[in-house]
Design a protein around this ligand. Sequence first.
Ligand SMILES: Nc1nc2c(c(=O)[nH]1)N[C@H]1C(S)=C(S)[C@@H](COP(=O)(O)O)O[C@H]1N2
Ligand SMILES: [Mo]
Length: 527
Amino acid sequence: MARPSRPHRWIWSAVSGVVAAAVFLAVAEVLVPLTSPGGGPIVAVGGFVIDVVPRPLKEFAISTFGENDKPALLIGLGLAVLVAAALAGILQYVRRPLGVVLLAFAGILSLLASVTRAGAGALSWIPSAAGTLVGSLVLILLIARLRAWVAASAEPVPQIPENPAAPKPTAAVSRRVFFRTTAVIGTTAVLAGLGARLISAATSSVSAIRDELNLPAPRTTVTVPDGAELGVDGLSPLITPNPDFYRVDTALVVPTIDPASWRLVIDGMVDQRVELSLDDLLAMGLDEYAITLTCVSNEVGGDLVGNAIWLGIPVRDLLAQAGPQQGADMVLSRSVDGYTASTPLESLTDDDLDAILAVGMNGEPLPAEHGFPVRMVVPGLYGYVSATKWLTQLTVTTFADDEAYWTPRGYSAKAPIKMSSRIDTPRIGTPVSAGTVPIAGMAWAQTVGIEQVEVSIDDGEWQPATLSAPLNDDTWVQWKLEWDATPGTHYVTARAVDADGNRQIEERAPIYPNGSTGWQRLLITVT
Ligand SMILES: Nc1nc2c(c(=O)[nH]1)N[C@H]1C(S)=C(S)[C@@H](COP(=O)(O)O)O[C@H]1N2
Ligand SMILES: [Mo]
C-alpha cells in the first residue's frame, strides 16, 4: 500500500470540499420550501449578482446569451461554487481551519443575499445558516479522515502485528473509511437535494391553477382586418404566439403567485389607498387590446419586440378609484420580486391611451414568464418603464422623489419607444436565387402609426413598400417589396415614416440609455 502521492491529496481534499458544498446546498434545498418559499440561497445569490453586475456586463450577457442569459448565469455561478468548494477543501487540508472559514464566509454572503431579497420572510436566513453549519461539520470530518488515511500510509506496512488485540488502522482501512464516508455523505446530499427539488416542483400548483383559471369573456374584442397579414415566407406573424414572445427580466426564477392570495395595492399620493383582489379586478370588466411591446435592449433589426392581443383593464379606471393628488407625476409599479418601473402619471390617466393591466395574452391567462397573474402594458413606452410583470403595487409619486430599477443603472427615467423598421427576409447569410424576391419585414411607431416604409437597393432610389392593413396605431405593421434581384451581392436598406410624417432616424444610436436608432442595412447574396 503506497502512501497517496501529493496530487492525490490535493484531489481528495478538493473532493471533500465539493462534497461539503453539496451538503450545504442539499440542506438548504430541503429547508427552502419550509422557510423561504420565494427561493433559497442559489436564487438569492443569483438575484444579487443580477442586481449588482455592471450595466455593460449585463448588456453583454443579454446580447451573447439572449433568452439563455439566466441558465448561463446559473452555470457560471455553479462553476464558481465548484472552484470555491474545491479550494475550501484544500485549504482545510493544508491549514485548518481555513477551509471552514471560507465556507462560513460563503454561507454568510448567501445568508445576507437571502434576507435582503424582495419577498424575504422572517425565516429566510435558515437555509443558509443550517447549510453552513452542516457543511462545515462535513468538511471537518472528511478532512480529518483524509489526514488519518495519509498518516496511516506513512506507517510501514505491519508484517506481523505486535499486538493483535489493538491493531493500528492500516492504510487500507483508513482509505476505505475515507472513501466510504465521502461516498455515503455525497450520495445522500445529491439524493436529498434532488428529491427536495422534485417534490417542490411537483407540489407548486400555480401552473395547475393557471391552467384552470377561466377568465371572463371580453366585452370587446380585437378585429383583425383583411390584409393584416401579407403572407410572405419568412415574415414574422402579425400576432406573436406566446411561446415565441421574447422574454426579458431580472428574475432568475419565474415568480409563482397564487392568484387567490394576489393583491394589488394602489398607494402613495392618492386620496384613498386601494387594495384589490384578482376577483375585484376581473369584476371591473375586461376588453381586448392589441399592443406591440418593445424592449429598450432591442438593437436595430433585433427580435426583442412582439405583438399580442392582451386582455385587460385600463389603468386609468384603477387610478380613478384611488384619486391621484396634485403634484404627482409618476407611478412606480412594483413586482413581487422587487423590480420597479417608472411611468409618467399622464400616460396612465390619458383617455386616449390604452395603458392597461393585462391578465390575458393571446386568448389565455398570462403565461408565468410574462407576468402571471397581472402585468402592466403601456403602448409607446419601452417595457422597462411600463410593462411590470408579476405586478403587486402601484405607487403614485414623483420623478423627483422616486426612481425605478433601471434609473440608478443609467437608463433614462422616461423612455418612449423609438420608431423602427426591421427586415425579416431575405436574411444575411442566406443567399437567394435571382429573379423576383420579396423583401419584407415589420415596422412600428406605437401610438402614432406607420405611414410608409421605403426600401433602397445598393443605396439607390427609395421605393415605397406595400403595407399590411394596420390593426391600430399601437401595433406594428408588415411591409413588403418585390425585388428584381440580379446575381451578385446587394445592399438592402429599409426605413419607415410615421403618420405624423417623421422619418425613422438614420443615425445609429446604441440601446443605452434610451433605445437604439438607425436604418437596417443588409448585404444579401443573390445566386
Ligand atoms: N417584474 C419585472 N417586470 C418586467 C421586467 C423585469 O425585469 N421584472 N422587465 C421589463 C422589460 S425590460 C421588458 S422589455 C418587458 C418584457 O416583457 P416580456 O418578457 O413579457 O416580453 O418586461 C418588463 N417587465
Ligand atoms: Mo426591456
